[in-house]
Design a protein around this ligand. Sequence first.
Ligand SMILES: [Zn+2]
Length: 227
Amino acid sequence: MSQNSSLAAEERRRQLDYITSITKLYFLHSPTLFASSYIWSKDDRYYFIELRLDMAYVSSSGFIARIADPPYYLGTIVKTTYLYPELFMGTCPNDDLPTLACSYSGSPLSERVTQHMVCIGCGWEGEIERRGWHTRSKALRKTQAEDLKRHRQLMESDPDFKPADLRDLLRSLGVPEEDLVLPEIERKIETRDDGRFVHQRDPYGGVKIEDRESGCTTYYDWHGLDE
Ligand SMILES: [Zn+2]
């Protein structure tokens, strides 16, 4: 590989390190972000902050289905949650207050959806499993389509438009500086070998599956680390 393309690959990995650590910060502060969304969601620089959520189902044999396609904007996730409370909200086991889904995954085959929930009251976090993958996929994709259109119009009217840094949004909400340190991303590939299939996962959520029997390799958003 030429020096230029390896420099470009490193630059891309640096961007991925950033958006992956920003997404970790989003999970850490999602109770604050959801509770105050009526303030910040009116500002497009905050609304269109991009997250790197893992919304794909990858089967052991390499079948891949996404509940929605990236980009995943902060505002889209929050808006969809409030628009469809029956699909994306629940009840906290501690205090019976509403919980909000800040990320989802699952399988279109079994219809199972795993929602990562946070409580707006006590900050409880946990994962719940529900059925209705297709219904939720449809709801999310509908908000996404509207938001993508709005984003396109925004870029047309202001080609210099750039979303804000999530840390600036959190600062404006009074989160102290010591809670805004970006989590370090360990550049490591995880490998699982079950005989026929070799599964690898990169630190950014990408997946590579090799089928020893057929010789086929499936890639999902894969970013190797060795170029
Ligand atoms: Zn609670």
